[in-house]
Design a binder for this molecule. Sequence first.
Ligand code: NAD
Length: 478
Amino acid sequence: MQRITIAKGDGIGPEIMDATLEIIKAAGAKLEYDEIEVGEKVYLSGNTSGIAKESWETIIKNKVFLKAPITTPQGGGYKSLNVTTRKFLGLYSNVRPCLSLYPFVATKHPKMDIVIIRENEEDLYAGIEHQQTDEVVQCLKIISRPGCEKIVRYAFEYAKVYGRKKVTCFTKDNIMKQTDGLFHQVFDEIAIEYPEIENEHWIIDIGAAKMSDTPEAFDVIVTLNLYGDVISDIAAQIAGSVGLAGSANIGEECAMFEAIHGSAPRRAGQNMANPSGLLQGAVMMLNHLGQNTIATKVQNAWLKTLEDGIHTYDIYDEKQSKLLVGTKEFAAAVIANLEQKPTTLPAVNYENGQALNLPKYKKRPQAKKELIGHDVFVHWNGTDANELASMLSKIGTPNLKLNMITNRGIKVWPEGFSQTFCTDHWRCRFKTEEGKVINKEEIIILLQQCIQNKIDTIKVENLYQFDGKMAFSLGQGQ
Ligand code: NAD
């Protein structure tokens, strides 16, 4: 027996959780449950995180969490429980299979069978945002080598264990050479360790377009957090089955499994909801727990039930469906099919799948890090960069000279274009001569000079080289 934590959530949550538990129990899942309360009631009791401290203890003790959707009350500073759970528990990998069930569920893409593996903790979702000037706000895009290595390795291990042929990486590294560039570089490094699995990289924009048009060209897709968030919803939708998809959030110690849809409050308490999304989450959970035989049995019974045309209202269609059923009747039909396999849709076999065995991240030796300049960000209301450059001419040290000014990343001095639109947010780059290394005291001198000359500095970003390699971007047009 394995002990897991469950939360029945809000809206349709309790009904779809009961149906899911009934099906996996009938299939022989060896599970015991600790139930916790999360969501609306907890939020409205004044706890803005939507979960009590004791519930965290239960989740951490059991390590595996099956969660029904919850309702996040509007306004009031309530934090998304999903985002908090992913980050607190280090659930770095979000796995979302998007499978078309044609002809039983309508879709324009009958052959689609993609698994999207999305980095779940970093990127713009670190939520580090600041207003810096009247006109400009910023959000930091944080990408780490451990973050990239963990998710890329997860994608290749997933492909290996589940017999997938290809892993595709989506980034925008033609523009974001440092952040997306690191993700792509790590992908190339790790791909070499899996010669039996094909690998490729697409720029996200054209890759997403291709995926929406010809999804059968892809197998496993691994990508950064924001891109993964967007493309996994698109992929689930074009598979014809947003209401049928589940997702897994996997960390080094803990894991959370859920449906991708919300709590659909208008459908609550009417025995109408489709339990398939949560059931798909539960199938991934059974595989994660090593109960692969049970997972295989449940998945094949579910496919057979859909094939039989036994459909809840959300996928009911007069042409393909045979019987309109409620949540309970759908669960009973899946249970009745537990020894069956689909005949048109491909049957699954997870029997030989072992749990993914991922090594812990190993820190690399530190590189030689040398300081060669500073980007000083300035709030200034003028419009002519030459004027700002002349104000900044009084600033500098024997080592550091003004090298460039950009506005929203575009070089405006020296030799800017008068057509370039400028905001009140200026990046002023002070750099040493080629190869000359300085120490941090020079920042203090620069900032003191700025104060004396009434230059409103917002922040300083250090310019480094790592092992002699420049580790910052050039200005656009530089
Ligand atoms: P939703 O996914 O709950 O519902 C959208 C529509 O899809 C519903 O009107 C319903 O018709 C249909 N639907 C969804 N799931 C269904 C199912 N299993 N069976 C049949 N029909 C289904 O999205 P929403 O209305 O935007 O959000 C409602 C609440 O859910 C909000 O409070 C939101 O914050 C929350 N939410 C929670 C999660 C989560 O807990 N993981 C995810 C998304 C939204």
